[in-house]
Design a protein around this ligand. Structure first.
Ligand code: AMP
Length: 427
């Protein structure tokens, strides 16, 4: 499961969805003031520097304010978090709890990274309203979480395992939930959370507003959604294909050990003025940054383990031109909004083909030519390359005139995987 739907399939499962183009590529003409949001939330949004809603925000916020259920086919990077967080914050702000707070909104998400990001969104957008939230995930001491649950708050962002664990211990009461968000549903199912989801659903009261977001809409998600959404608004956000066309794409086949040398050689060339290099893992981003720095290349890493200060410093340097190369993981890169990126490098090929489209959309903005260079070491990454080519409907041109070209890294045409399984992302 997990492959993006083809046109016919999509029409079958998602017949009346509004198809939208995703955030960075297709800004809305509406402003946030047009969406019915109250002043303190508008202030929060403006404090984030957002001027226009993304398509999913424009489409989803008004119906969500009117208490509709929502089925959103959208991946991260589209602005979906604000699309659900803002209306929920507004409902909670307009109808505050009297007395002790209790969990009125549950956001269920597969990974701790995503949970932490969603919490951050609630903090940022909800800065000027009196709504309290808490994030709960496994792998850390449960005591502070239990203490917070005792004290009471309005919005709980949680991963399923720890949530059910604490619920089993009698620390979590979900009987007052009015808003339920199931985020990254396809990834949840891939990670084997279906039984946990069903258990959580049983703990919720009948009468509530439901939102489900998924990057893909395979049968299993459609069935799951049918089980608990009522007459949902369906919104589908797809990257605009012309973005792909505006970018000159290249792939270079190179062994894993030579990738960093090849990258450094290209970065030192005259045409690369400002570039973003994508790695799969935070550790990989750190290591590569150090290696580039050793070669005298001004590079900085940006990922979820960096403090907000370190991220801001790196971004400011990148904007100002003192840092020419940002080495980023996908999740961290979503916050990067810089024009004039001459090159995007896929140092590692993303597992999810849609992520490739998002990555290369970082260059070639505003009608300028951009170049996206993918370094392919074969193996798994070769399969991922073929999946990308299936998604974008064309083969990425191969460049062989470099000293590290390695024929053995070229995957068979069409790839050996074929199934399109989605493995968990690095973050
Ligand atoms: P999401 O898809 O919710 O994870 O958001 C992706 C990224 O887009 C995050 O870094 C957000 O801060 C950013 N973002 C969300 N909405 C907007 C907006 N209306 N304008 C500019 N950036 C946004």
């Amino acid at each position: 499961m997990g492959t993006p739907l083809g046109g016919a399939q999509r029409a079958q499962f998602f017949p009346d969805a509004k198809r939208l183009f995703s955030c960075p590529f297709f800004p809305s003409v509406k402003t946030f003031d047009d969406l019915g949001l109250v002043a303190p939330l508008l202030r929060g949004v403006k404090a984030q520097g957002y001027t226009h809603p993304t398509p999913i925000q424009e489409q989803a916020i008004p119906p969500l304010l009117a208490e509709r259920d929502l089925l959103g086919c959208a991946q991260t990077g589209t602005g979906k978090t604000a699309a659900f967080a803002l209306p929920i914050l507004q409902h909670l702000h307009e109808d505050p709890t009297e007395g002790r707070r209790y969990i009125r909104c549950l956001v269920l998400t597969p990974t701790r990274e995503l949970a932490a990001q969603i919490e951050e969104a609630f903090i940022n957008y909800g800065r000027y309203v009196d709504v309290r939230h808490k994030v709960i995930f496994g792998g850390v001491n449960q005591n502070p979480q239990v203490a917070a649950l005792r004290a009471g708050f309005d919005v709980l962002v949680a991963t399923p395992g720890r949530l059910l664990d604490l619920e089993g211990q009698g620390h979590v009461d979900l009987s007052g939930v009015e808003f339920f968000v199931l985020d990254e549903a396809d990834r949840m199912l891939d990670m084997g959370f279906i039984h946990d989801i069903r258990r959580v659903l049983k703990l919720l009261p009948e009468d509530r507003q439901n939102l489900l977001f998924s990057a893909t809409m395979p049968d299993s998600i459609v069935t799951l959604a049918g089980g608990f959404l009522t007459n949902p608004l369906k919104v589908e956000v797809t990257p605009q294909s012309s973005t792909v066309e505006a970018v000159e794409q290249q792939v270079m086949f190179v062994s894993r050990g030579d990738k960093r040398h090849l990258l450094a050689d290209i970065l030192e060339g005259p045409t690369v003025t400002r570039s973003i290099v994508f790695t799969r893992t935070k550790h990989g981003a750190n290591r590569l940054t150090q290696q580039l720095n050793k070669r005298g290349i001004e590079a900085a890493a940006i990922h979820g383990n960096k403090s907000q200060n370190a991220r801001s410093r790196a971004l400011d340097g990148f904007r100002a031109g003192s840092i020419n190369v940002l080495v980023a993981t996908d999740i961290a890169a979503r916050g990067i909004d810089v024009d004039d990126v001459s090159h995007v490098f896929n140092f590692d090929i993303p597992h999810e083909p849609e992520v490739y489209v998002h990555r290369i959309g970082r260059t070639g903005r505003a009608g300028r030519a951009g170049i996206a260079i993918t370094l392919c070491e074969g193996g798994d990454q070769g399969d991922d390359l073929r999946q990308i080519e299936r998604l974008i409907g064309t083969e990425v041109p191969v460049v062989t005139d470099h000293q590290y070209h390695d024929e053995s890294c070229i995957p068979p045409p069409g790839g050996s995987g074929g199934g399109g399984s989605r493995r968990g992302g690095g973050g």
